[in-house]
Design a protein around this ligand. Structure first.
Ligand SMILES: *[C@@H]1O[C@H](CO)[C@@H](O)[C@H](O)[C@H]1NC(C)=O
Ligand SMILES: *[C@@H]1O[C@H](CO)[C@@H](O)[C@H](O)[C@H]1NC(C)=O
Length: 493
C-alpha cells in the first residue's frame, strides 16, 4: 500500500514538471471545456462535427503557390564551382549568454540559458517529490523494524516451545505445529517482501538524489557560463549568399551553418544549409532531432524564430544542426523570392527514414497569417499537406488537410476549428505552432515523445499532440527526427 502511495506521489511529481508557459496559458480554456461533457472528442487528428450544431467551411480564398521555372537554371557542372571556402575565425559576442548581442546574426549557438531554465524547472519538482518521499521511507523502515522485533520474539517463543516440547512431546505437539507455521510465514514475509520494498524505495531515493546532484552541477555550470558574455565558437564561413542554393553555387559545398541574406535591405542571419541531400542547396527551416528545444511557443516566437541553428562538436565549424524554427517572416520572405520546393524528411525510432517533397511551396506574409500553399507532391511519407490523413474519410479527412491554412499558435488562433470559440483551438491541444486546419494530419512542431509510441493518457489534452506524420506512422507515434528544408525550384538539367 505504501509502495503504491509512493509511486503515485512520484508520478505526480513527474507530471508536474513540464513546460509552464504553455500550461499556464492553457488552464482557463481547459477548465471551460471540461465543464461541458459534450466537449470531449475522439482525438485522431480531426475534430468531428457535432451534428446539427457546427458548420465546417473550407471555401476561403487561398493564394496559390508561386510557379514557373524560377530564378535559377539547372546546376552548372561542378567544374565551374569556385575555390574551396575559407573560414572567418571571428567570434560573435553574445549579451549575457542568453541572447545574441547582434540579433540579426541569428539564434545563439548553443543556447545554454534555455537548458538552465529547463533544469531549474525540473529541480523544483524533484525536490518536492523527495521531501514527500522521505517520511514515507522512514515510516516503512520503522514498520519493518517492528516486524523484525516481533519475529525475533517469535523465535524465542519457538525455542521455548521446543524446549517444552522435548519434555512434553505429545501435549504441545499440535500447538507447536501452528506456531511453526505462523513463524515460517512471517519470517518469509519479513525476509523477502519488506526488505525488498525498502530496497526499492531506497534505490528510488538514491536515484533522485543523484539526479538532483547532477542537476545542481549542471545549473552551476550554466549559471557560471551565463554570467559573463560568452562567445559562440562557430566561425562563420566566408561564403555566403541569398540562400543555400546560392551558397552552393558559390562553392559552399559543406553542410553547415552559413550566413544568408535573401533581402539586400534586411540584415543577414544564420541558417543551416544541407548541401548533400538530393544534390544540396537546402535551407533548413525546421529541425527536430532530440527534443532539446521546446516548440510550445507564442506567435511572436514563431514569427521571429527560435532554437539553436547549429553546434560545433569539435571540428572548428558548426556542422551539427540543432533544433530550431527559422521563423515565419523568414520562411515567407524566402519562399516568395520565386518558385520554391519543400523537402520534409523524417525518421522513426528504429532508424527507418521516409520523405515528402513538394515541388511548390509558398508561405504568405504575416498580414495574411502566413497562409500555406503547396503543390506537386512526390515521396514515400504520404501526402499529408494536400490530401490529409488517409486513415480518415469524407469531411473528417478534409479537416486534416494543411494546404491553404493559416498559421496558429496557442496565443493566436487562426485555425479552421470553430473560429472564435476559445475552447476549440488546435494549437492549444496539439503542442506547437502550425498550419492547423481542424486540426492536423501532420504535426512536426508537436510535443517530443522519446521512444515513439505514446497514448491518449500521456498526452496533456488526450489529443495526438506528438511529432506526428499520420500517413506514415498514424496518430499515436511520435517521430524521432523530422526536418523541413526549402530550395529555389529550378528545372532539372
Ligand atoms: C454543452 O455546450 C452546448 C453548446 O455548445 C450546450 O448546448 C449544452 O447544454 C452544454 N452541456 C452542458 C452539460 O453544459
Ligand atoms: C468522422 O469521424 C466521426 C468520429 O471520429 C465518425 O463518427 C464519423 O462517422 C466520421 N465521418 C466519416 C464521413 O467518416
Amino acid at each position: 500500500m505504501k509502495l503504491f502511495l509512493l509511486l503515485v506521489l512520484l508520478g505526480c511529481g513527474v507530471r508536474a514538471q513540464d513546460t509552464l508557459d504553455y500550461d499556464d496559458y492553457d488552464a482557463d480554456a481547459k477548465k471551460a471545456a471540461s465543464t461541458n461533457a459534450s466537449a470531449t472528442v475522439d482525438a485522431r487528428g480531426h475534430r468531428p462535427l457535432v451534428k446539427g450544431r457546427e458548420l465546417y467551411m473550407t471555401n476561403r480564398y487561398n493564394p496559390p503557390t508561386i510557379t514557373g521555372t524560377g530564378r535559377y537554371r539547372g546546376r552548372p557542372g561542378s567544374t565551374t564551382v569556385t575555390a574551396p571556402q575559407e573560414q572567418e575565425k571571428v567570434e560573435q559576442p553574445e549579451s549575457g549568454g542568453c541572447t545574441h548581442a547582434m540579433e540579426e546574426m541569428g539564434v545563439l549557438c548553443p543556447n545554454g540559458c534555455e537548458l538552465k531554465t529547463m533544469l531549474l524547472k525540473q529541480e523544483r519538482n524533484v525536490k518536492t517529490s523527495i521531501n514527500e518521499l522521505r517520511p514515507q521511507v522512514e515510516d516503512l523502515s520503522r514498520a519493518s523494524n517492528n516486524v523484525l522485533k516481533y519475529v525475533s520474539s517469535m523465535n524465542n517463543n519457538l525455542r521455548e516451545r521446543q524446549r517444552v516440547m522435548n519434555e512434553n512431546n505429545n501435549v504441545v505437539g499440535q500447538y507447536t505445529d501452528r506456531v511453526e507455521e505462523q513463524h515460517a510465514y512471517i519470517k518469509d514475509t519479513v525476509d523477502t517482501l519488506l526488505p525488498s520494498n525498502i530496497r526499492v524505495m531506497q534505490g528510488v531515493l538514491e536515484k533522485i538524489r543523484q539526479k538532483i546532484q547532477r542537476l545542481e552541477k549542471a545549473i552551476q555550470t550554466q549559471t557560471k557560463s551565463c554570467q559573463e558574455p560568452c562567445t559562440t565558437k562557430c566561425p562563420i564561413p566566408v561564403v555566403s549568399g541569398k540562400e543555400c542554393e546560392d551558397i552552393y553555387r558559390r562553392g559552399g559545398l559543406d553542410s553547415q551553418m552559413y550566413l544568408v541574406r535573401p533581402d539586400p535591405l534586411s540584415p543577414a542571419y544564420r541558417v543551416f544549409c544541407d548541401q548533400e541531400t538530393q544534390n544540396g542547396g537546402w535551407l533548413v527551416i525546421q529541425n527536430r532531432l532530440d527534443g532539446s528545444v521546446d516548440f510550445g511557443r507564442r506567435w511572436d516566437e514563431y514569427r521571429r524564430g527560435f532554437g539553436n541553428v547549429a553546434f560545433d562538436v569539435g571540428k572548428g565549424h558548426c556542422e551539427t544542426p540543432g533544433e530550431y524554427w527559422i521563423g515565419n517572416d523568414k520562411i515567407s520572405q524566402i519562399s516568395k523570392l520565386g518558385p520554391t520546393e519543400l523537402l520534409v524528411e523524417m525518421e522513426d525510432w528504429s532508424g527507418a527514414k521516409v520523405h515528402a517533397k513538394y515541388q511548390q511551396f509558398t508561405v504568405q506574409s504575416d498580414t495574411t497569417n502566413y497562409v500555406l500553399a503547396v503543390d506537386v507532391y512526390s515521396g514515400t511519407a504520404g501526402n499529408c499537406f494536400l490530401e490529409g490523413s488517409t486513415e480518415l474519410f469524407g469531411i473528417n479527412r478534409t479537416m486534416t488537410i494543411h494546404n491553404g491554412m493559416m498559421f496558429s499558435t496557442y496565443d493566436r488562433d487562426n485555425d479552421n476549428w470553430n473560429p472564435g470559440d476559445p475552447t476549440k483551438q488546435c494549437s492549444r491541444e496539439d503542442g506547437g505552432g502550425w498550419w492547423y486546419n481542424r486540426c492536423h494530419s501532420a504535426n512536426p512542431n508537436g510535443r517530443y515523445y522519446i521512444g515513439g509510441p505514446y497514448t491518449k493518457q500521456m498526452a496533456r489534452h488526450g489529443t495526438d499532440d506528438g511529432v506526428v506524420w499520420m500517413n506514415w506512422k498514424g496518430s499515436w507515434y511520435s517521430l524521432k527526427a523530422i526536418s523541413m528544408k526549402i530550395r529555389p525550384y529550378f528545372p532539372p538539367q
